[in-house]
Ligand binder design. Sequence first.
Ligand SMILES: [Zn+2]
Ligand SMILES: [Zn+2]
Length: 346
Amino acid sequence: MFCLLCNSEEKLFDGLCKNCYVKEFELIQVPEYVTFMVCSHCGATLKHDKWIQTAYYDDEIINDAIQKDITVNEKLKDAEITTEILTNRGTMYDCIIHANGQVLEEFIEKEYPIEVKVEKGVCPDCSKFYSGYYEAVIQLRADNRKLEDEEIKNADKFISSEIQRLCKTNKLAYVTERIVLKEGIDYQVGSHNAAHKIAENMQKQFGGIITESRKIVGHDKSKSKDLYRSWISVRLPSFHKNDFIEYKDNILMIEKIGSHKFVGRNLDRYESESISWKEYDKIKKVGNTEDVKVTTVTNVTPTEIQVLDPDNYSTVDLKKNDNLENINIGQEINVIKFKNKIYILI
Ligand SMILES: [Zn+2]
Ligand SMILES: [Zn+2]
């Protein structure tokens, strides 16, 4: 028996002498080209069945694309396959595969050219965005009153800047639709997580109460779980700064609206009180600056201040305290009247 290529009479392997066998040995089988998927909307690439956001097609993605489609000759021992990008023309990469290993106890290495093409696709997040998918609705409302134009403008601005911040890490952080309703504004948000964060931050910024409810809107058969949609209501308080509220039988003038609490000045004790938003349902708005009236001090004694009732000009004696020390007869002062009781505003 002779070697088919060189007629050598040595021991043969598949009809070839060792020398020819090693020379002809193909370390790997390489297709004409391989591809990897890129989302044509956001540029995310598909890597190990996961869409990831990369600014450029990194060597690793191209290496993965090549490795998954080549077949290593099973007779090759200690195989080592590395890839290298030579040139890039648009959506095409010319690459070279460096392969080495051992066959018949001989170390061999060889290079194989390969083309890597970019395949355009749509990632699931983009397909959700383009189909108008949303997981949550932020419902902007005002309690017991209409939203003011200024409040709507501020909320729009706030939500848009929150979205810009969150979308860097959450691709479902988008507003598919903003719907103007009689009772307020609905913002449909792609991601429930994003909507939840935005609502919380809105409450911190504008005060008020958040309530959330959810409904089953479908079923994901592939994951065999129910799909939910949430309605997150951000209810702005019925009052503004300088409005008057009733809380635990006291009248307070609102001084500050904060994230966890609001502060009111108690008109009986002339002290500021912080009230948690959890108490919100126990308060009632009773008036605003338009209810403030001017009246005249008609007498001052060590214990009492006498003023004219702004409604009927009868005299009323009010208890004096340290805060009212500087009030004099004849002085014009601001008062407010609730349930037939007059409060001096200082
Ligand atoms: Zn030979
Ligand atoms: Zn995408």
